[in-house]
Design a protein around this ligand. Structure first.
Ligand code: UD1
Ligand code: CA
Length: 480
């Protein structure tokens, strides 16, 4: 974070491009990294750097980009975001002009920080440092650069013999010698606004792509003898620009490593970081163990001493301490301390499981509250239900919640026993301590402490099986 609030700074985020190389119907900047659309990651870094104003330049998929950002306004805190339309994508310089046009008459915003919307790993601290360097050098422009092993695809920073930046040359316009330069343009730069506006007006699309390049402004500033700075990023990885699905995967791997490292240093055991994915919004308390192939998606909150995985998928859920979820899926649900789920069970959205609830093998729970200590160990479905505490749900129990048109609720009170293969046809209630015999289809309320049994009476035919075998010996039947 910067120490000084940056009240004269406005960020212009370029997010109008098509992103052809992604080969996607989704606008490039909406592709997610670490579960968060790239453009939102850039805006978060801007907000965290203490910048109060931003203009996002939209064009391709303008509505969805705008809607995504507006829907996330809460996480952007005090950052005020406006939108500018770049109807035709004529290059990064042209997009910047579109962004600045929105700010006409707001002269107090004298410093412009331009950022690409496809640079998802940018860190607030780095932006803060860039602004500091820009201010303390009273520069006309300060660009963020990076020293990289493979500069392919990036604009190269050309410096003079004294190391002063002279120009940025795009790869397609570079000579073979320039292509060997390993310092690249991150696409992020601070500019004095009036100079930037004036020089952008003079840029021409005289380059291989026929576009108006923001990068040409650097050469123009140098030609005018203005002071220009180029600051290499502390972490070269953080300037990674995503242009295709390969670089998207690199960004993802990088965020994943970062998130897992933070968790491990905070006391979470990650048995196999290569196969574990955790949303960066997730909070996990110490001494929880993540076994391989565990995916924690959305803003989950997980207490200490939990054991998750192998093969577990949690989404937007809360787990109290000492829960165990193995080979199972838990979505939008809330589990109190000491719950055990799995292997191979599914807790669907809207569940609230009390302390010590056990959901064993091949069981499904949906939109249900389940009281403390209740057990549902095998092959059963509890949906749209309120189940009390210390209830036993036998193997194969089904809440028949759907009549073909409407969903209905089932209530099972404390201490009830629901025997194997019972159907509870909702709406229906089993009173406290009620006992439903195995195989019963319950259609009417069960009184507290009562037994209900509804089965076809069992018929026994003595010796029938042996007689059948005898008949078969007389006229042999083909056995399958
Ligand atoms: C750009 C830089 C390059 C730098 C790289 C860093 C230019 C000319 N090149 O190249 O020097 O190394 O970023 O990642 O600036 N956009 C618009 N409108 C347009 C064109 C682009 O809004 O008309 C947006 C895109 O949506 C994208 C960003 O600007 O978010 C950058 O555009 P992109 O085409 O990805 O530029 P690069 O070729 O990566
Ligand atoms: Ca790019």
């Amino acid at each position: 974070m910067t120490s000084r609030p940056a009240s004269d700074v406005v960020a212009v985020v370029l997010a109008a491009g098509l992103g052809k190389r992604m080969r996607s119907r989704l606008p490039k900047v909406l592709h997610a990294v670490g579960g968060v659309p790239m453009v939102l990651r850039v805006l978060r870094a801007v907000a965290a750097a203490g910048i109060g104003r931003a203009v996002v330049v939209v064009g391709n998929g303008a509505h969805s980009v705008q809607n995504t950002i507006q829907a996330a306004s809460e996480e952007l805190g005090a950052l005020r975001v406006e939108f500018a339309i770049q109807a035709e994508q004529r290059g990064t310089g042209h997009a910047t002009m579109a962004g600045l046009a929105v700010l006409r008459g707001q002269a107090e915003l004298g410093t412009v920080l331009v950022l690409p919307g496809d640079t998802p790993l940018l860190q607030a601290e780095q932006l803060g440092e860039l602004l500091e360097v820009h201010r303390s050098a009273s520069a006309a422009a300060t660009l963020l650069t990076a020293l990289v092993q493979d500069p392919g695809g990036y604009g190269r920073i050309v410096r003079d013999g004294d190391g002063r930046p002279l120009a940025i040359v795009e790869e397609r316009d570079a000579t073979a010698e320039q292509r060997r330069i390993q310092e690249v343009n991150a696409g992020v730069g601070c500019f004095e606004r009036t100079l930037l506006e004036r020089l952008l007006e003079c840029c021409t699309p005289a380059n291989a792509q026929g576009e108006i390049y923001l990068t040409d402004v650097l050469g123009s500033l140098v030609a005018e003898g203005r002071p220009v700075q180029a600051l290499p990023a502390r972490d070269a990885e953080s300037v990674l620009g995503v242009n295709d699905r390969l670089s998207l995967a690199s960004a993802e791997a990088s965020v994943r490593r970062r998130v897992l490292a933070r968790l491990m240093l905070a006391g979470v055991t990650v048995v196999d970081p290569a196969t574990t994915w955790v949303d960066e919004r997730a909070q996990i308390e110490p001494d929880t163990v993540l076994w391989p192939e565990t995916l924690i998606e959305g803003p989950c909150r997980i207490g200490s001493g939990c054991v998750l995985g192998p093969g577990t998928h949690l989404r937007s859920s809360r787990l109290g301490p000492n829960c165990e979820v193995r080979h199972s899926v838990v979505e939008d649900s809330d589990l109190d301390a000491g719950c055990r789920v799995g292997p191979f069970s599914h807790i669907r959205p809207g569940c609230r499981l009390g302390e010590g609830v056990e959901v064993g093998n091949f069981a499904e729970v949906k939109n249900a509250t389940v009281g403390a200590g209740t057990k549902q160990m095998h092959h059963s479905y509890i949906g749209d239900a309120d189940v009390g505490s210390r209830v036993n749900i036998g193997a194969g129990v089904i809440t028949v919640n759907f009549d073909g048109r409407h969903k209905h609720r089932t209530v099972i009170d404390d201490g009830a026993f629901v025997g194997c293969n019972a159907n509870l046809v909702a709406p229906v209630r089993v009173g406290a301590g009620g006992f439903v015999a195995a195989g019963t289809t319950v259609t009417r309320p069960v009184d507290p402490d009562a037994l209900v049994i509804g089965r076809v009476p069992q018929v026994q035919k003595t010796g029938w099986a042996r007689r059948r075998l005898g008949r078969e010996a007389e006229s042999p039947v083909e056995r399958p």
